[in-house]
Write a protein that binds this ligand. Structure first.
Ligand SMILES: C[S@@+](CC[C@H](N)C(=O)[O-])C[C@H]1O[C@@H](n2cnc3c(N)ncnc32)[C@H](O)[C@@H]1O
Length: 208
């Protein structure tokens, strides 16, 4: 007897096939596409930092949006082998190391003046929801620490988090640093996944 595919499995196959057809290295591109369609955060000429960029679909999509006058810098602990247009640069490194640097050292490595910082970082999952959520929470704070240093005033921050007991704490941290904050779960996320995106819009001016 033929087994019917579950709705989740069907949805996941659908986005994976679509990504392959449209030459994106990962299905996750459709999450950023949905974020962009709803919030219109990335504009022509923007400078974008993409944390946890491998295998590169967010960077590839962002590069199209910013165009030739804009720039995308991607960073991941894994080396990215994909070829990108000239307005994309890829760095290999650990975001926790970057987050510990002071502003000047950080700017020397990744540059500064970013209009948007994206983080689709995810820890290697263990299957234990509370452990995975705690590790995701640490990655989110590393991304936010980087945004505090090198995101322009008025800039935006998009950050994936696995929902767990620290979710509200991180949501409040984003709320404090930005004029507006949104929570968004793209339809292309796997239904069973605990991931969700916290979006900070309009970085507040730093206090001296
Ligand atoms: C879901 S994937 C990102 C997919 C990517 N947005 C795309 O569309 O191609 C999550 C990435 O986070 C990266 N990552 C996790 N922890 C990291 C860390 N400490 N430093 C840098 N990258 C990290 C992983 O190596 C992985 O490539």
């Amino acid at each position: 007897m033929k087994r019917r595919k579950s709705k989740n499995k069907y949805q996941s196959d659908h986005f994976a096939k679509k990504a392959k057809k449209e030459n994106f290295p990962a299905r996750s591109v459709y999450k950023l596409q949905e974020i962009q369609q709803k919030f219109k955060l990335i504009n022509k000429g923007d400078r974008v930092l993409d944390l946890g960029c491998a295998p590169g679909s967010w960077s590839q999509y962002a590069a199209r949006l910013v165009g030739g006058q804009g720039q995308v810098i991607g960073i991941d602990q894994k080396k990215v082998s994909q070829k990108f247009p000239a307005n994309v640069s890829m760095l290999t490194g650990d975001v926790f190391d970057l987050a510990r640097k002071d502003k000047e050292n950080l700017a020397e490595i990744v540059g500064k003046g970013y209009s948007i910082i994206l983080s689709d970082m995810a820890p290697a999952t263990t299957g234990r929801k509370e452990v995975d959520a705690a590790r995701s929470h640490q990655l989110c704070h590393a991304a936010l620490a980087i945004a505090r240093q090198i995101l322009k005033t008025g800039g935006c921050f998009v950050c994936k988090i696995f929902q767990g007991e620290d979710f509200n704490e991180f949501k409040d941290a984003v709320c404090n640093g930005f004029d507006a904050q949104k929570i968004f779960k793209p339809r292309s996320c796997r239904k069973e996944s605990k991931e969700i995106y916290i979006i900070g819009i309009g970085k507040k001016q730093e206090e001296n």
